[in-house]
Design a protein around this ligand. Sequence first.
Ligand SMILES: C[S@@+](CC[C@H](N)C(=O)[O-])C[C@H]1O[C@@H](n2cnc3c(N)ncnc32)[C@H](O)[C@@H]1O
Length: 385
Amino acid sequence: MTFFWGKWKSSSKKKQVSKSPPAQQGGATEASGASATHNADSLPGIHDQEIAPYDPHVRVLKGGHWPNIIPKDADWDVFQRYFDAFLANYVETNWDQANILRKHFHAMLPDAMKTCSSTDGSMTDMWKDVKTAVHQSAEVRAATGLSNIVPPDNIHRMQKGDPLWVGDIYSSEMVTEALRKSGINHKEGENYLDFGCSSGSLIRILKAVHPKSQFYGVDPIESAIDWASDNIKGAQFSVSAANPPLRFSDNMFDGVTAISIWSHFADFSALEWFDEMHRIIKPGGWLFFTTHGLNSILHNLVHKRKSPKRVRALFEGLLGADFVFEETVKRSEKDQSLLDVAWGNSYFRPDWVMKNLCDKWDILFFHQGKNQNNQDLYVLRPKNF
Ligand SMILES: C[S@@+](CC[C@H](N)C(=O)[O-])C[C@H]1O[C@@H](n2cnc3c(N)ncnc32)[C@H](O)[C@@H]1O
């Protein structure tokens, strides 16, 4: 079941909408802020609805499979208990940070550049050492394979504001750790793709760790791809379209990473892109991706990104449906992303993944809320047919 939130503009996405229309997915609801007070019967294909009392932007189905899980007068403790109970099966807690890359790069620094001890210094300090050394010393750059080039402000990247930026270290550690926990061992010479690579922040670190592998990056933002092509050596970047296919041949990749990409696709687009990944990933290869899940909803509240009312509505939405789509992403802010109806904020549960992907994929690994205490993380492997 999919819950759509936002005005559906089917005109610019006719092909995909007709393939998997939102209103036909298990009686899913569709709503927009503008039309939320309309009589539900006036919407084609949607009947028997009522407006949820706590949020005018959300319509829920009467009775049936939409559980009235949170009473309308529930307080936060009640909400939290429901939240915890629902997550109990999925949450994995208290994992040690692997810090694989930090140790790797810190060990490559000359002693004079280590201001903290490599054994008992805090991990943040260790990275500060590495970054400072990378920025100051050509020898360290040569030894680590890291570069000190920072994209200018007008070039898309997610981590702004770090003067010692050398790339997306946090994400590379997350990928490395998840692959290790999935039992995946890197082999020299493999082909990797970062899907939605922006200006190549992840690739530049992974390339330094695995210099003998081939790295490819694709993204629809041309200026980010141009910058990455000009400044990140040893990797191949190209502009991709909003919709599949990519220009790559079948079974080309040993692994694909995609951070904060499936957190934005509408469900029909998400499924099309999973199929495309299945086509380009070799048998035995892997797909690492992150997406919004239940943790993200709480994260929105804690970081005051959405009102409590909206958060609660979203939470109820994701309890009642396994996929929720908000067509309300602020496109101009960080993403400069596509004006595409299939790109918004999506939230999905592991059971959506199981239901929709398990005929073609094995789930090797799942970590709830791992990415920045926000997004869920999955590692999948294509099934052999
Ligand atoms: C939230 S950013 C994440 C960027 C990068 N993966 C990271 O973690 O820093 C989303 C990225 O997805 C890209 N994007 C938008 N539509 C896409 C599509 N259809 N296929 C691939 N990437 C897309 C955006 O241009 C943007 O760079």
